[in-house]
Design a protein around this ligand. Structure first.
Ligand code: C2E
Ligand code: MG
Ligand code: MG
Ligand code: MG
Length: 287
C-alpha cells in the first residue's frame, strides 16, 4: 500500500514536471515572437522625493501582453529569457522603449522625469550593451543623465572586472547607476568603494516590518547612513504604509517607492496621475 502510494506520488511528480517542461518550451517559443509582435510594455512606478515631495524619477518595469495568457509579470518570463539568452534582445528593447518615452516627455510638463531601467547581470555580460544604450540615447535625442540603470548585487560577485569596466563606461556617459535590492545579495561592501554607484535601493524585505522589527530598523538606518557617508542617495522599496514613510523620513531616506504612492502603471496613467497631483502619500494610485 505504502509502496503503491509512493509510486503514484512519483508518477504524479514526473507528470507535473513534464507538464511544466512543455509549458516552458511553449513560453519560450512565444517569447520568440513577442518582440516581433510588439507584445512587451513598460509600466512605470514613481519614486517620491522625501525632501520636497516631488516626483523626478520613475522605474520602468516590463510586462508581457501575452496573446492568450494576458498581462504577464516579469517573474513569469525574465528567468526563462535569461536561461535562453533572449534577455539580451529584451533588454535592448527596454532601453530603446525607455529612451523613446524620455524623448516624448522631454519637451512637455514631464520633462523633469528620469527613467530607471533594470538590467540583469546576464545583460551586462553583453559586450555591446553600453554602446547600445549610448545609441538609444542619441537616436532619441535624450541626455544620458535622464537614464538610470538598476543592477543587483550579483554583478559584484561574478565577472567583476568586466562589470566594473562596463559600469565605468556607462557612468562616464552620464547614466546614473543604482544598486537594486540592496542588502540581500551576499556581496561584499568593498564594491561600494570601487564602483561608481549613485543610488542604493534598500530591499523591500527590510522595509516591510521596519516599524515593527528592531533589527530591520537598525539595518535600514545603517544602510542610509552608510550610503550618505559615501555620497550615495537612498531609495526605500516597497513602502506601503504611512508608518513606514514616517520612519524613513525621520531617518533621512531620500526617496521612497511603493504601493503607498502608486503601483506600476502605464505611461498614460502616470501622466494623468501626475497632472492631477495624485502621486502623493494620501492617494495610492493603480490597481
Ligand atoms: P525590482 O526591480 O526590485 O522591482 C520592484 C518590484 O516590486 C516590482 O515588481 C514592483 O511592482 C514591486 N513593488 C513595488 N512597490 C511595491 C510594494 O509597495 N509592495 C509590493 N509587494 N511590491 C512592490 P515587478 O514589476 O513584478 O518586477 C519584479 C522584478 O522583475 C523587478 O524587481 C526586476 O528585478 C525584474 N524586472 C522588471 N522589469 C525588468 C526589465 O525590464 N528587465 C529586467 N532584466 N528585469 C526586470
Ligand atoms: Mg528595480
Ligand atoms: Mg528592487
Ligand atoms: Mg526587489
Amino acid at each position: 500500500r505504502a509502496k503503491e502510494q509512493g509510486r503514484n506520488t512519483y508518477q504524479f511528480y514526473t507528470e507535473g514536471m513534464q507538464e511544466r517542461e512543455v509549458k516552458r518550451l511553449e513560453l519560450d517559443k512565444d517569447l520568440n515572437h513577442a518582440l516581433a509582435n510588439d507584445e512587451f510594455v513598460l509600466y512605470f512606478q514613481p519614486q517620491l522625493d522625501l525632501n520636497d515631495s516631488s516626483i523626478n524619477s520613475v522605474e520602468a518595469l516590463i510586462r508581457w501582453q501575452h496573446p492568450r495568457r494576458g498581462l504577464l509579470p516579469p517573474v513569469d518570463f525574465i528567468p526563462l529569457a535569461e536561461e535562453s539568452g533572449r534577455i539580451t534582445d529584451i533588454g535592448r528593447w527596454v532601453v530603446m522603449a525607455a529612451c523613446r518615452q524620455l524623448a516624448k516627455w522631454q519637451n512637455g510638463p514631464y520633462a523633469n522625469l528620469r527613467i530607471a531601467v533594470n538590467l540583469s547581470g546576464r545583460e551586462l555580460d553583453d559586450e555591446s550593451i553600453v554602446e547600445h544604450i549610448q545609441e538609444a540615447l542619441e537616436a532619441n535625442g535624450v541626455s544620458a543623465d535622464r537614464l538610470e540603470v538598476e543592477l543587483t548585487e550579483e554583478i559584484f560577485i561574478q565577472n567583476i572586472e568586466h562589470n566594473l569596466n562596463q559600469l565605468t563606461k556607462l557612468h562616464k556617459l552620464g547614466v546614473h547607476l543604482a544598486i537594486d535590492d540592496f542588502g540581500v545579495g551576499y556581496s561584499s561592501l568593498g564594491y561600494l568603494r570601487d564602483f561608481p554607484v549613485d543610488l542604493l535601493k534598500i530591499d523591500r524585505s527590510f522595509i516591510t516590518e521596519v516599524t515593527r522589527r528592531h533589527d530591520d530598523a537598525v539595518i535600514t538606518r545603517a544602510v542610509i547612513n552608510l550610503a550618505h557617508n559615501l555620497g550615495i542617495q537612498v531609495v526605500a522599496e516597497g513602502v506601503e504604509t504611512p508608518e513606514q514613510l514616517n520612519f524613513l523620513k525621520n531617518h533621512r531616506c531620500d526617496l521612497i517607492q511603493g504601493y503607498l504612492i502608486s503601483r506600476p502603471i502605464p505611461a498614460a496613467e502616470l501622466e494623468k496621475a501626475l497632472s492631477a497631483g495624485l502621486l502623493n502619500v494620501d492617494t495610492p494610485v493603480g490597481s
